[in-house]
Write a protein that binds this ligand. Structure first.
Ligand SMILES: *Cc1c(COP(=O)(O)O)cnc(C)c1O
Length: 366
């Protein structure tokens, strides 16, 4: 007798897949090259602070990790000037996105976000039975502030906003952020995803500082995956407007979600901000250099306050991806309607960026 199919949660069964960057081993196999330039996942090409690696030498894998992440929350509390009770550490900030949705959303809820945006802002909402309203970025690749305000007027349960934006790159300026905050209804939870906070170079407000002065319901998400270079260890955090929300999200995650190595590494990374700042400065300089080279080819890149560039290559993004892969370079091709000619390129090491530029020149026939 054939196996009876188990009934699945329809919200989960219908989820679109998460569009992750191509794995390096797979890229080696397809391209036949060893020297892969992994420019698809916004990781830090400089690695991480040597102090992180030194601290990990003291790891004892035999004991359960601290489920409360006491030391790390204490260090963040001091750094951010926020009570520890308002901070929750996640297995990546990704896990916090899932836990926030699980804690807040009931089937039929409405969530709003920006498009193109970070995939999980939509996927985790859908997984919990919500509908998702998406506000398109403007054609000039800036935030559509009136559009965001209009979506807020419909009182979504959650509004997910990444600023700086992934995948596009710009950050909201102080005036735009204030206009948006003024429009957040009291029953809406604003999730401000600041995964690229450390990379900002322009005149961009600190979202947590601005939100702290408000009386609204909010979460600010930050991560150790990007500027601190700990993507593989999975550690990020959420700062909540109040303890009640933080408690609900704590209940909706697994208890030992952040492993010992991740806790040790994140603490050591916080103690070496000088390393992170030096890395951010060199990546910002490379970002400007790559952006200039891209525009010299007559291609358009969105303004970026991050460690990546969103580039309109004017050709089918999958074809561009295949071409770059044949040269051992992985980027992320965009597939979303209206953006099929865009790729997102993570700023890498200088030599990797040079390879990227050379391969792009080839495509442009120059
Ligand atoms: C990378 C990224 C994250 C996820 O970071 P992790 O801490 O590695 O889970 C969250 N939000 C945005 C916008 C990102 O780009």
């Amino acid at each position: 007798m054939p196996r009876t199919e188990i009934r699945l949660n329809p919200h989960v069964a219908a989820l679109p897949p998460y569009n992750a960057g191509m794995n390096i081993a797979v890229a080696r196999k397809i391209s036949g090259r060893d020297d892969i330039a992994a420019l698809a996942s916004n990781e830090n090409p400089d690695g991480c602070s040597p102090k992180v690696l030194a601290a990990l030498a003291n790891l004892d894998p035999s004991r359960y990790c601290d489920p409360a992440c006491t030391a790390l929350r204490g260090a963040l509390s001091e750094k951010l000037g926020v009570a520890t009770e308002r901070i929750v550490i996640g297995n990546g900030s990704e896990e916090m996105i899932a836990a926030i949705c699980r804690a807040v959303l009931c089937p039929g809820a409405m969530v709003a976000t920006v498009s193109p945006g970070f995939g999980l802002h939509e996927i985790e909402a859908l997984a919990n039975g919500a509908t998702v309203d998406k506000v398109a970025m403007r054609v000039d690749l800036a935030f559509d502030v009136p559009g965001i305000i209009a979506a807020l007027t419909k009182s979504p349960a959650i509004f997910f906003l990444s600023s700086p934006s992934n995948p596009v790159g710009p950050a909201l300026d102080a005036v735009s952020l204030d206009r948006i905050l003024a429009a957040v209804p009291p029953e809406t939870l604003l999730v401000l995803d600041e995964a690229y906070f450390e990379y900002v170079t322009g005149d961009v407000p600190d979202g947590l500082a601005v939100l702290s002065r408000s009386t609204m319901n909010y979460v600010v998400l930050r991560t150790f995956s990007k500027a601190y270079g700990l993507a593989g260890l999975r550690v990020g955090y959420a700062v909540f407007s109040d303890e009640r929300l933080a408690r609900a999200v704590t209940s909706s995650k697994t208890p030992f979600n952040v492993n010992t190595a991740a806790q040790i590494a994140a603490l050591a990374a916080l103690e070496d901000e000088a390393w992170m700042k030096a890395s951010v400065a060199s990546i910002a300089a490379e970002r400007a250099r790559v952006a200039d080279a891209v525009s010299a080819l007559g291609l358009r890149a969105a303004r970026s306050e991050t460690n990546f560039l969103f580039i309109d290559v004017g050709l089918d993004s999958q074809k561009v991806f295949d071409h770059l892969l044949s040269h051992g370079i992985i980027v992320k091709p965009w597939k979303e309607k209206g953006y099929e000619t865009f790729i997102r390129m993570t700023v890498g090491k200088r030599t990797e960026n040079d390879r990227f530029i050379a391969a792009l020149q080839m495509l442009a026939g120059q």
